[in-house]
Write a protein that binds this ligand. Sequence first.
Ligand code: GDP
Ligand code: MG
Length: 441
Amino acid sequence: NLSDKLTDSFKKLRGKGVITEADIDATASEIRRALLDADVALPVVRQFVSAVKEKALGATVTQGLKPGQQVVRVVHDELVEILGGETRELHFAQRGPTIFMLAGLQGAGKTTLAGKLAKWMRSENKRVLLVAADLQRPNAVNQLQVMGQRAGVEVWAPEPGNGVGDPVQVARTGVNHAIENGFDLVIVDTAGRLGIDEEMMQQARNIREAINPHEVLFVLDAMVGQDAVQTSVAFRDGVGFTGVVLSKLDGDARGGAALSVRGVTGQPILFASTGEGLDDFERFHPDRMASRILDMGDILTLIEQAEKKIDQAQAQEVAEKALSGGLTLDDFLTQLQQIRKLGSMKKILGMLPGVGQFKDQLDNFDEKEVNRIEAIVRSMTPAERRDVRLLNGSRRARIAAGSGTTVAEVNALVKRFEAAREMMKRMGGMAGGGMGGFPGM
Ligand code: GDP
Ligand code: MG
């Protein structure tokens, strides 16, 4: 994938004391190939590669970073730029309800997003109304009603008086209902087709004109690859939108669509959707996405999610300790317990630096395994947790017996822990003085 390819091309630069123009040329053409393979649109690739080349050449003499790191930094900064630079604030109404309209192809994730946005805003004590203006598929209204139930918000559906069979009427009466009843946010779900067609565009345009939304969110399936560009342009010209939501970023696609859509349409990416659950989405931050594409992990997102349920100072302390190579099994145990609160281990691990290369193992990740790991660490003495070098054969046998596991399992855990500690340490060393060398990290 894109991350692996970029990481590989940087590895070749890492050892070099001096970087020549030829080195930069070689790296630039590898980056070019990696981006094209990831379905990034050609004009975007061209602009990106030429900017990287120019900046890398101009930057080789800057102090503080090693030459290889300098190039990584240039690529990172350029990725941030192409993804939109600053995080764009959402547009809310000054008075009366804010109106969000969702648009996109069928299956893109609009209805799911409606539920996610509703749950999120409800948790901020906003009164949310979902409006079912997708009358194309028989089950669409029902699906939105289920979302509304899960998010705990009201749903406005087609009925006599609400405009049966006419999506524009349903949208209009829904917005009026929200105005009259003091709702804070109206989210209008619309129909999509499997392919782009003029009738669908016209309908979405009519809805837009009838309700004059503060945001039109174009939902784009990040897994679609090459088609992303064509679809985005069709929606930009056919309906018009103020922001993009990338969905299904939990799949294999690692940024190809994301990298093109902003460059091609000029509109910012506002949200990233990462699963089917109502909590599986986040605001889109260009700098974090860039780091994720470069496989440097997404420590900030990790910490942000952790903030909700975990002591922030402690999480940061452990992250710093990990990156400087000082992780002990005691920290590991504390983190294990904290991390459990965050839900899926797999998702959390996926955000840690360097874990991309262990994707297969992650896919086989088993929560029960975590229980065995915890049992093993608990059966160690505090001294053993601080320094695994103490673990000789007889101690390992004692731990295996105490935790109801085998010596082989204890050995495997120790080995993996040491490898993880090494990996974290290497990641921490990459950017010169820890991760601090990168803006926004
Ligand atoms: P719509 O036709 O645009 O309204 O799309 P839906 O919201 O009905 O979503 C289509 C399918 O994609 C459903 O099965 C959703 O559960 C799934 N889906 C939506 N968003 C995501 C996402 O971010 N990740 C994953 N893995 N699945 C998603
Ligand atoms: Mg739908």
